[in-house]
Design a protein around this ligand. Structure first.
Ligand SMILES: [Zn+2]
Length: 390
């Protein structure tokens, strides 16, 4: 293992088991009482672009966040592998323990440990919170469109393991399944955390949810990945992101969830594989950039990770591992530095799905006009992924 030893993780642990050790109020207190986070807190305001409902959060402090993922930081001549590892670890804020206190540590089948901590440069912050549960305005579907609405919440990070090089595409598959299991428990903990004082949102099963949990992953410096050590980002907030609102609007307008519509209407020739018979990987017929892919659960109508059955979660982990590894290998062949975003479409979406967006093309002027010039074809991308299946 090349990374931070378990005893150093323990020294940073404020809590060890998120399910048993803390309430939502204690989580908020851990953030506002952190020695670093309060000085990097965002402005706590959400503005909405009235043209298209895109939400904007303001966090000038994020411009100052450190990175170990920039090309100018790399040595000019290749180092021998041992020197490279020593250099990577010495520059990693996680491996050197220069990060926030830890909220959860879980042992993996390999003996390594996955853990969850707080983002030092959050996009949302608990602040004083809202007065009572349900008091928070939900900035979203039915929310008012006035200027300067209050945006609150927490911004957490889940690290695939204490090994610097473990990431979604490289991790031992048995370990990755446990990491995903932990992610869905965090989702459940946040959405059911009564002390969050977030707006009530509907759930397909069990009691109502509180607020919205947005899960993403950035890989690569070109798409916002400032740290090389593999991680997921989790935001719990009253702000419903525009793309999730799009999914909800689609459901409302056509009376079918967007993901189900894709299962029923996307050309069969663009299906890459049904993983375990539980997760379908497909290339959308409207692919905007080469290597874009969707992952949709089969035989369910669930909207959140923590409502899925274990078989679905394990198949999702397997599918995302395959797809990210394939995209990373394919990008250099088309002259692109590996970089991608993963977006979990969960919440009021009708049926959850996951989107993989490899950064295979720049966002140009026409793209910003809403007119994409895709330098590939959906069938070509389906072939690349299918060939990689072997
Ligand atoms: Zn590291």
């Amino acid at each position: 293992m090349n990374g931070i030893p378990k005893d150093k993780l323990d020294e940073q642990a404020e809590f060890v088991d998120m399910m048993a050790d803390w309430t939502y109020e204690q989580l908020a207190g851990s953030i506002t009482g952190d020695p670093g986070i309060p000085s990097f807190q965002p402005e706590g305001i959400c503005q909405i672009d009235p043209r298209n409902h895109e939400r904007v959060l303001f966090s000038p402090a994020r411009a100052r966040r450190p990175s170990d993922n920039e090309p100018e930081d790399q040595p000019s001549a290749p180092l021998d592998p041992e020197e490279q590892v020593a250099r990577d670890l010495a520059r990693c804020p996680v491996c050197t323990g220069k990060t926030t206190s830890i909220l959860d540590i879980t042992e993996l089948p390999s003996g390594r440990h996955t853990f969850i901590n707080k983002n030092l440069y959050p996009v949302v912050y608990p602040g004083d919170g809202f007065a009572e549960a349900g008091d928070a305005p939900e900035i979203g579907i039915d929310g008012p469109s006035a200027m300067g609405q209050e945006a609150r919440g927490v911004h957490l990070l889940q690290w695939f393991s204490n090994d610097h090089y473990d990431d979604i595409d490289t991790q031992d598959p048995a370990d990755l399944k446990v990491v995903f299991g932990r992610l869905l428990m965090l989702e459940a903990k946040l959405l059911h955390g009564k002390g969050s004082k977030m707006p009530k949102t509907t759930a397909t099963q069990g009691p109502p949810h509180n607020g919205y949990v947005g899960i993403i992953k950035n890989y690569g410096r070109l798409v916002g990945g400032s740290l090389a050590h593999g991680h997921m980002q989790i935001v719990h907030t009253n702000v419903l992101p525009r793309r999730i609102e799009d999914d909800a609007r689609f459901h409302e307008r056509y009376d079918v969830p967007f993901a189900r519509h894709m299962l029923e209407n996307n050309p069969e020739s663009l299906t890459v594989k049904d993983f375990g018979g539980k997760i379908r990987m497909l290339i959308p017929y409207f692919m905007r950039r080469p290597l874009d892919a969707f992952f949709i659960p089969l035989g369910t109508a669930e909207t959140h990770l923590h409502h899925l059955e274990t078989a679905h979660i394990e198949a999702l982990a397997e599918a995302l591992q395959f797809a990210t590894a394939t995209a990373k290998a394919a990008m250099p062949q088309i002259g692109r530095e590996p970089a991608y975003n993963i977006i979990f479409h969960t919440g009021p979406v009708g049926l959850l799905y996951v989107e993989l967006l490899p950064y295979t093309q720049e966002t140009g002027g026409y793209e910003n006009m809403g007119l994409y010039m895709c330098q590939g074809s959906s069938s070509g991308t389906a072939t690349i992924y299918r060939d990689a299946l072997g």
